[in-house]
Ligand binder design. Structure first.
Ligand SMILES: Nc1ncnc2c1ncn2[C@@H]1O[C@H](COP(=O)(O)OP(=O)(O)OP(=O)(O)O)[C@@H](O)[C@H]1O
Length: 703
């Protein structure tokens, strides 16, 4: 069944609710057998409709690791899945009956009831005022106006409190949800896994910032947009049925129900539209973020034309979809306006005319003043009632929009939960399906905490299932500095990702010290937001630094080692905050990272091409200082100048093979030089051969 039909029952339930409230008031005002029967019938009809709307739906498919496009599975319907997701989110945003949110909801509800009662009183007052006017009772009229102004004080206070409560609730919901997501997102390295090990979420930033806000607003709005009109409908209808008779009201409600059913059949799937639009907005925004992140590279490549095409394409996709939604809203708006405002308005006028033409038991007499008073009061009640009913009708659109945001936020929570439990969805490379590789992917290895690093038969597998090395074995004991070499893409950095716990261990055994004893320095070091001091001590904060007894002078001494102490003065002191990534050159960033390594002085350090932009002199200072600090080094580098600082070498061949052996740097350098000489000589052989042929030819021609 399509999405469309699932979105509409809310509208027809609103209509049915109206019939129910009419028949209830009919029953209350005319306690006859017929009215009781009508009430029971409509009540049961409503119950069945709600049950059908829920049980009609099949639960969504549970995701498993697969290569399919998850967006195809995304459903935005008012089904069991939606209610389950909404309930789960409600438990997060309203954690208990004693929570601040619950208290806010209660006081919000009190103001909702208060407002309806005030409106009811105002309707009566309005009727009395006009009646006094028609009868020419000047004194009563003036007193009525003064009273009207007095009543306006609690009325306006109530209105303002209602909108204050709504905004406050939205803010509270957002705070709860954002805290909940941040707690999960920034634990177990989920922020890394969401982007790198799983394909389901393309832009978590959009989900956390935009969709959570929209969900919170939508939820807070829905409560006031739904609770108040439902309450209004019951109270106004009760009052109306006393004034105009229950039969007329019931008949009108029935006609409204029929027209609501017609509208139901013609309403497009707005919930799905909202979710799809948010997704396209996210993609477009992500493309802009990418351009900002890589602005320098794009500018130097003169790649703006290419980038413009990508951005234009992203915008065009988004805008094409928004236009489609706009058109749907236009057609739907025309139909909705006609039915709700004009058709139901006409029905209302007919209803107001009932007491004029029919004698209602208990109603006021037939003088012009009485008729005017009852007409003005009834018309106001009817307007309020139909406005309330209209809002319940309109709220199905809001419910479906809420369904869209619920679906997006729930997807984020589901993916984070799956990742925490080790379940990923990622498109796999074709080689992953071979029997041998599939067996590797099915396996699970052991991670044991120890005082040194050791890999025993551990496969190196990329997140898309590419088996780079089938069984890797090596070890790094304290002081056993290791050099890792191999061609591009052979899995050198992947080894560190497994060591750092970013990628799963598919087999064998990994022994490693706790993560705080291993430090990582990449080629382009990470510089956080914050002061210059924070760059040196990252990920420590100022408090950690003080607790460790380290002072700014100590930090300055570290910068002196790598010869960049002048940076502090040049940049305006330790406390200056800047976007350091843009402020400092690549070489300076690398030296800050070295100072950071000396500050933390971990037991093991992984240096991934981290001296690429440095002179041999600085490189020497760095390695010698690290060794003095008793840091065991694991280096990835192609620089021969670094060999002498290492005891062992792990050499990948790029075909899945590797050698782990002792590194006798001097002997190896000699061999390497000899090899290079021979290669040079070999390269010269064809040229020598050609020269020889030429000489032979000239001998022959010269006889
Ligand atoms: N997040 C990821 N998702 C999918 N594949 C990845 C991911 N990260 C790395 N890979 C793949 O894993 C393989 C090994 O990458 P790795 O970064 O370990 O190479 P490397 O040996 O360090 O190369 P280089 O010397 O170029 O840095 C590459 O084919 C790369 O495309």
């Amino acid at each position: 069944m399509g999405v469309q039909s699932k979105l509409l029952p809310a509208g027809s339930q609103a209509a049915l609710l109206n019939v129910l409230s009419s028949s209830l008031t009919f029953y209350l005002t005319h306690k006859t057998k017929i009215s009781r029967g009508l009430y029971l019938f409509t009540f049961l009809a409503l119950v069945f409709r709600v049950r059908a709307a829920i049980s009609d739906q099949k639960p969504a498919v549970k995701p498993t690791r697969s290569t399919s496009d998850s967006s195809k599975r995304q459903k935005v319907e008012l089904n069991r899945e939606f209610f389950r997701n909404l309930f789960r989110l409600l438990k997060i945003v309203i954690p208990g009956w004693k929570s601040k949110e619950a208290r806010l909801l209660v006081s919000h509800s009190v103001f909702l009831v208060l407002r309806t009662l005030i409106s009811l009183y105002v309707a009566e007052l309005d009727g009395r005022l006009v009646s006094n006017l028609v009868r020419g009772k000047g004194k009563d009229f003036v007193l009525g106006i003064i009273w009207w102004m007095v009543v306006a004080i609690p009325a306006t206070f109530t209105n303002s409190m209602l909108s204050y409560h709504q905004c406050k609730l939205a803010l509270q919901y957002r705070t709860r949800l954002t805290n909940h997501i941040h707690n999960q997102y920034l634990s177990n390295m989920i922020f890394y896994s969401v982007g790198n090990l799983d394909d389901r979420i393309k832009n978590p930033d959009q989900l956390i910032v935009e969709d959570v806000r929209k969900f919170s607003n939508s939820l807070a709005e829905l409560y006031s947009n739904l609770a108040k009109p439902v309450l209004d409908m019951v109270i106004y209808n009760y009052q109306l049925s006393r004034n105009v008779g229950g039969e007329g009201l019931f008949l009108m409600a029935l006609l409204v129900q029929i027209s609501a059913n017609v509208m139901r059949a013609l309403t497009p799937p707005f919930g799905k539209y909202v979710a799809d639009e948010a997704k396209l907005e996210g993609e477009f925004r992500h493309q802009h973020s990418r351009l900002i992140d890589n602005a320098e590279e794009v500018a130097l490549y003169n790649g703006h034309e290419n980038e413009k095409k990508t951005l234009d394409k992203g915008y065009f996709r988004l805008i094409k979809y928004v236009n489609h939604i706009l058109r749907q809203r236009l057609y739907h708006g025309i139909m909705e306006d006609y039915v709700i405002k004009y058709f139901w308005g006409a029905l209302g006028l007919v209803l107001c005319s009932v007491p004029v033409f029919v004698k209602i038991p208990g109603a006021k007499g037939g003088s012009l003043g009485d008729r005017t008073e009852s007409f003005v009061t009834n018309r106001r009640l009817l307007l309020s009632s139909s406005d309330a009913f209209g809002r319940v009708m309109f709220s199905y659109k809001e419910i479906t929009e809420l369904a869209g945001y619920t679906s997006r936020v729930s997807t984020l929570l589901n993916v984070m939960e799956d990742i925490t439990n080790g379940r990923f969805e990622k498109n796999l490379v074709s080689s992953a399906s071979t029997e041998e590789n599939a067996a590797v992917l099915r396996g699970r290895g052991k991670v044991i905490e120890d005082s040194y690093i050791q890999f025993t038969d551990v496969p190196i597998v990329s997140p898309n299932g590419d088996v780079l090395v089938r069984k890797l074995s090596f070890e790094v004991k304290r002081g056993g500095h290791l050099l890792i070499v191999g061609p591009n893409g052979c899995g050198k950095s992947s080894l560190f990702r497994i060591l750092g716990g970013l990628w799963p261990v598919y087999g064998g055994e990994v022994r490693k010290p706790p993560s705080e004893e291993i430090f990582y320095i990449p080629q382009r070091p990470y510089l956080s937001r914050g002061s210059l001091r924070q760059q040196v001590i990252y990920p420590d904060g100022l408090k950690d630094m003080i607790d460790k007894g380290v002072t700014d002078d100590d930090l300055m001494a570290l910068l002196k080692i790598v010869e960049i102490e002048s940076v502090v003065e040049r940049e305006g002191g330790w406390d200056v905050e800047k976007e350091w990534r843009e402020q400092l050159s690549g070489g300076l960033q690398q030296r800050i990272a070295m100072a950071r390594l000396f500050y933390h002085a971990p037991k093991f350090a992984i240096l991934d091409e981290c001296t690429a932009a440095q002179t041999l002199d600085i490189e020497r200072i760095m390695y010698e200082t690290a060794k003095q600090l008793d840091i065991t080094l694991i280096t990835v580098s192609h620089r021969k100048s670094l060999w002498k600082y290492h005891e062992n070498i792990l050499q990948f061949d790029g075909q899945g093979g590797f050698v782990f052996t002792k590194l006798d740097a001097e002997r190896r350098l000699k061999l390497e030089d000899e090899k290079e000489d021979l290669e040079l000589q070999l390269r010269a052989v064809p040229e020598l051969r050609r020269r020889l042929e030429e000489l032979k030819e000239s001998f022959q021609t010269e006889g």
